[in-house]
Ligand binder design. Structure first.
Ligand code: AMP
Length: 292
């Protein structure tokens, strides 16, 4: 057990987590919240670390949210290593772990869904219809259940992060959203629960996503500003790896997720590709800012 390990409490029922958070709040604690789907890795744990730095009590949720998976996606086979996650969360210093059931989160009489709108229309939104509505609906529910002061999300899911910021802004939710940098493996691959699906050959092929992003960044730092040329630099890396089927590779303005003709220091490169049967996403800002 590490020195950060806590006496972690686990709550399953919504009433139970509400009571646990209310108790912590009564003693004046600032509440930090880290929502996840489990199969925890260092990326998730970096969110916990950030929450612990900026709050007194850290709540993590682990919930594989059926609403954000389209039919035919990996909902049923999504990894659920319960005991391992418990240990990692405890050792990272999570104070309260919330593991709701799908039945409690989505009782049969459910009728309201949060809609992502234009910011969620392209890229992940286009490739995964309904995905962001599912994400925003569960995030709104979790924020309303936990009522944290801050909630921590990874830039790894850049479009999701932008949508969550828009959610709390547009619906006036009283919580600060904190975004954190992407944690990578030593060879550059962004950590992801879905990396568990990759066999050793696919794992090698998967490096081309971050290599493609780096190629665009290098072209930008060499002076290229044309979005088409920057995208071509990245795509040629993906195309040279036959084990990878690109879904999209684009240079976008991360505040609107639209493409423009020319890139600037705020632009980001985003990629989604299938490696075998596994769909992976990644992104970087074209100018290194220590945030990706
Ligand atoms: P997930 O369990 O995949 O839904 O992710 C839960 C949270 O962890 C989201 O805010 C993700 O953006 C974040 N996350 C996932 N992978 C990483 C990573 N490699 N580095 C940093 N944050 C991550």
């Amino acid at each position: 057990m590490s020195s950060t390990a806590t006496n972690m409490r686990t709550a399953t029922a919504i009433a139970e987590i509400r009571a646990a958070v209310a108790e912590a709040r009564q003693s004046g604690a600032r509440i930090g919240f880290v929502p996840t789907m489990g199969a925890l890795h260092q990326g998730h744990l970096s969110l916990v670390e950030r929450s612990r730095r900026e709050s007194d009590v850290t709540v993590m949720s682990i919930f594989v949210n059926p609403l954000q998976f389209a039919p035919g996606e990996d909902y049923s086979r999504y990894p659920r290593p319960v005991d391992q996650d418990d240990n990692l969360a405890r050792d990272a210093g999570v104070d309260i772990l919330f593991r709701p059931t799908a039945e409690d989160m989505y009782p049969g009489n459910r009728t309201i869904t949060v809609t992502a709108g234009v910011l969620g229309a392209d890229w992940e939104g286009a490739s995964r219809p309904g995905h962001f509505d599912g994400v925003l609906t569960v995030v709104a529910k979790l924020l309303n259940i936990v009522l944290p002061d801050i909630a921590v999300f990874g830039r790894k899911d850049l479009q999701q992060a932008a949508l969550v910021e828009a959610l709390v802004r547009d619906l006036d939710m009283p919580v600060s959203i904190v975004l954190t940098p992407t944690i990578r493996e030593p060879d550059g691959i962004a950590m992801s629960s879905r990396n568990r699906y990759l066999d050793s050959t696919e794992r090698l092929h998967a490096r081309s996503l971050s290599q493609a992003l780096e190629a665009s960044r290098s072209a930008y730092s060499a002076g290229e500003r044309g979005v088409a040329a920057l995208e071509a630099a990245g795509r040629s890396v993906l195309d040279s790896e036959p084990g990878v089927k690109p879904d999209y590779f684009a240079i976008i303005d991360p505040s609107t997720f639209t493409r423009r003709a020319t890139a600037d220091a705020s632009s980001a490169a985003i990629v989604a590709a299938r490696v075998g049967s596994t769909r992976l996403i990644d992104n970087i800002s074209l100018v290194p800012d220590g945030q990706d």
